[in-house]
Write a protein that binds this ligand. Structure first.
Ligand code: RVP
Length: 473
């Protein structure tokens, strides 16, 4: 389909200059522990969107995550199955159960970047003939019998070496013999270009990160040094002097080079405040998140659609007055795929999703079996579970605070790539129905209509006996 989902992530002088940071799809992942880790960030950038690595962790941990996303080289895997030479066959089998990977690197210190001594793959051992206490050095393929390549070898050449030597994996080592990466034969297909992937000028994946209004003087420099592309102040209440001060500090130290979004707001005044404060984009939504109980506990917030429609008007007004287009993001509350299309039609430039991404393989949480179904864990940033990371910093005050989020399960939904592609196929299809080939065109052409509860019933299948239900009962 010739539908473009390109959308601006940061402000620019529309009509006069190109947006300095655009996304290829209108989706970003929520600034949450249970959503935006490095794996999800890489998977989403491959599809053309941006993750905001969660800020509810130490500055060093967050910067390391950003660094790993930026250092990620397609097809080059940092080995996650490593053992020292003293390890036994039993250790290999335990590790295989934990990681699900059958190729184990044997390094002098048992780490991913230790000196490579050999490789153990399934073909190296026969469980019926060997005891579990046998040392790996007795049966591994030792370095002198391994095909390896220098760490600087291109992916293209690595694949040629794999094919020419009929091997399944190729370790890449540096000049001192330290293992750097593994390239696997089975990944060959996924090395091919992904048409939508979002890369920076150095061909690294684009990644964002959450910051707060307290430790920005230390956190922002660490994230910038790690190579972050865009920041976002993470707060359920963005209409505040603290956000303005945070943006001022960033402008004073980095000018316009460091991009920073702000939020969340739910009305015109909130948007105008943050736009004038210099935010690069503004996030909308209080209380609409699936795990969020802010409205219940504090009585603040606003219906998401009402908030998006009003803020979109404010954005257009601000653009008319200043020539600056400040993109807006609808954050929270997306349940059905078509809700994304609705948010865009109401004026959002992109959407932020938590629950949606938490369901995929790449989210950082555990996959469990509950009641016969696979689920993944998903918890709010305002829940005690998320806040516990800083319990030592907050001292007594933490004990007095109340929760604004819940801890939950969401249905497991497989790999992110499949989920996002299906979702966006639907979004594009609806855009075609509206005669729109781009998001701005959708915003202009879509006709929004208020629906009654009868209309909602009518919209689903109704008054028929579903065959699936008959089979299941
Ligand atoms: P959802 O996609 O509906 O799961 O919502 C995700 C959003 O919910 C986040 O981007 C954030 O704005 C909000 N959130 C995160 N934690 C909490 C909370 O604990 N109340 N709310």
């Amino acid at each position: 389909m010739a539908v473009s989902l390109k959308t601006p992530l940061v402000k620019y002088r529309k009509g006069e200059e190109e947006c300095p940071l655009e996304m290829n799809i209108p989706m970003v992942s929520a600034i949450m522990q249970s959503v935006s880790g490095e794996k999800l960030a890489i998977a989403l950038a491959k599809q053309g969107g941006v993750s905001f690595i969660y800020g509810s962790q130490t500055i060093e941990q967050e910067a390391d995550m950003v660094r790993r996303v930026k250092a990620y080289k397609k097809g080059f895997v940092t080995s996650d199955s490593n053992l020292p030479p003293e390890a036994t066959l039993g250790d290999v089998l335990d590790l295989k159960t934990r990681t699900g990977h059958s190729t184990v690197a044997i390094t002098d210190d048992g780490t991913a970047h230790g000196k490579l001594l050999g490789i153990v793959a399934s073909r190296d051992y026969r469980l019926s003939r060997m005891t579990h206490d046998l040392k790996v050095t007795e049966f591994m393929t030792p370095l002198d019998k391994l095909v390896t390549a220098p760490a600087t070898t291109s992916l293209h050449d690595c694949n040629d070496i794999i094919w020419d030597n009929k091997i399944n994996s190729l370790p890449l080592v540096d000049e001192e013999g330290h293992l750097q990466y593994m390239v696997f034969r089975k990944d060959y297909d996924s090395h091919k270009e992904n048409v939508n992937e979002l890369l920076d000028a150095n061909k690294s994946y684009v990644v964002g990160a959450g910051i707060n209004t307290r430790d920005y003087a230390e956190r922002v420099p660490a994230l910038v040094e790690a190579g972050v592309d865009v920041l976002c102040i993470d707060s359920s209440e963005g209409f505040s002097e603290w956000q303005s001060r945070t943006i001022d500090w960033i402008r004073e130290h980095y000018g316009d080079k460091v991009k920073v979004g702000a939020g969340n707001v739910v009305d015109r005044d909130g948007f105008m405040f943050l736009a004038k404060a210099g935010a690069d984009f503004v996030k909308i939504g209080i209380g609409g998140g699936s795990i969020c109980i802010t409205r219940e506990t504090k009585g603040i917030g606003r219906g998401q659609a009402t908030a998006v429609i009003e803020v979109a008007k404010a954005r257009d007004e601000y653009y008319k007055e200043t020539g600056i287009y400040v993109p807006i993001c609808s954050d929270g509350g997306i349940v059905q795929d078509y809700h994304i299309t609705l948010a865009l039609a109401m004026g959002a430039d992109f959407v932020m999703l938590g629950r949606y991404f938490a369901r995929f393989d790449e989210s950082p949480t555990n996959k469990l079996r509950v009641g016969g179904n696979y689920v993944k864990e998903y918890w709010g940033e305002g829940s005690n579970r998320a806040r516990n990371w800083q319990r030592y910093d907050l001292g007594g005050a933490q004990k007095l605070s109340f929760e604004e989020g819940v801890d939950s399960y969401v249905p497991y939904a497989g790999p992110l790539a499949d989920g996002v592609q299906t979702t966006l196929y639907k979004v594009r299809s609806t855009m075609c129905n509206c005669g729109a080939l781009s998001i701005p065109e959708l915003q202009e052409k879509a006709r929004l209509t208020v629906v009654s509860s009868t209309s909602i019933v009518e919209g689903g299948s109704h008054d028929v006996i579903l065959k699936n239900n008959v089979q299941n009962s």
